[in-house]
Design a protein around this ligand. Sequence first.
Ligand SMILES: NC(=O)C1=CN([C@@H]2O[C@H](COP(=O)(O)OP(=O)(O)OC[C@H]3O[C@@H](n4cnc5c(N)ncnc54)[C@H](O)[C@@H]3O)[C@@H](O)[C@H]2O)C=CC1
Ligand SMILES: O=C([O-])CC(=O)C(=O)O
Length: 350
Amino acid sequence: MVKAVVLGAAGGIGQPLALLLKANPAVTELGLFDIVNTPGVAADLSHISTPSKVEGYLPPNDGLKSALKGADIVVIPAGVPRKPGVCIPQNPIRPQPNQLISLFLIDDPINAGIVRDLANGIAETAPKAFVLVISNPVNSTVPIVAEVFKKHGVFDPKRLFGVTTLDVVRASTFVAEILGDLSLAPKITVPVVGGHSGVTIVPLLSQSSSPLPSGFAQDSLEKLTNRIQFGGDEVVKAKDGAGSATLSMAYAGAEFAAKVIRAVGGEKGIVAPSFVNLAADKVSGEALKKEIGKELEYFSAPIELGPEGVVSIRPLGNLTDYEKTLVNAALPDLESNIEKGVAFIGNAKL
Ligand SMILES: NC(=O)C1=CN([C@@H]2O[C@H](COP(=O)(O)OP(=O)(O)OC[C@H]3O[C@@H](n4cnc5c(N)ncnc54)[C@H](O)[C@@H]3O)[C@@H](O)[C@H]2O)C=CC1
Ligand SMILES: O=C([O-])CC(=O)C(=O)O
């Protein structure tokens, strides 16, 4: 029996994600929470002939608590998406100061506040649930959830995941495109490490399960890397004011959730990149810090999943010189993004 809960379930990501979770036969109960429209989304999904019972809740009458009661896995796509010209968050590689409005914290703490409040609800009602954070900026919202959980005394770093799967999905697709065979896309795995925004997204293309063509030029490699790092911008631009990636994100979120559910159910050997607290496994977490040469509290790396969540954090392995420069370039942003998330909760009373 698995109860999955989606917080932000009426949104652009939330609805297709809820659909994919409803289609997952391992899910037996689906709780949907949003500040709008969840009764309609739940009624609609409840007619689908798959095993799970679906219920939708709104804030009145402790709707968040009702949705979260008995949750095994909670996925959070609640929040405000980007519009063209907005970065996640202050992204130094796009120097367009007049256009750049931070989605986050200093200028506009909206997503930070949403995630904090939802994390409070989870800590109170479903402190043992596996929590998968999609809301941006992931590099900061994951630390926010962790800090809220610490205040409630329920933080288990093995159970908290920043969802970076869309970067992995994009890398697989773009490599398959380059190989001229999209039928390879579902099978190709490329570890994408670091974090989830701009230069903190580091695809390790030298470790692609299907290698790039021999003689693939360095400038083509740099273009491909840049496309994976800024894949989100491609969608924001094409949607032209109507938001950011929703359908591909729902696919990616459902894939990652399915892996967690399978691992919790006892399946062995499931590995997927995710942005986690490096205390989730002491030995491998410390080894990773040594490998990257920095005392970061969080990093996205391939994670071995098991019944309790994180089993171990896999090493990055052999990197090319180019990949080493990418990892080094990610570290300052990661450090400041993490600090911002931690400071947002700080000493505040919840
Ligand atoms: N991790 C990743 O790879 C990606 C993350 N995102 C992020 O996901 C988030 C959601 O994006 P979309 O679904 O496109 O936005 P959306 O605006 O379509 O949906 C967000 C939903 O959250 C709901 N919401 C707002 N405040 C809430 C609260 N306090 N409690 C519950 N629900 C609340 C809204 O009512 C809305 O239905 C954004 O922060 C976006 O940047 C988007 C794409 C990829
Ligand atoms: O770029 C955005 O705003 C949404 C996102 O995280 C992505 O598409 O990877």
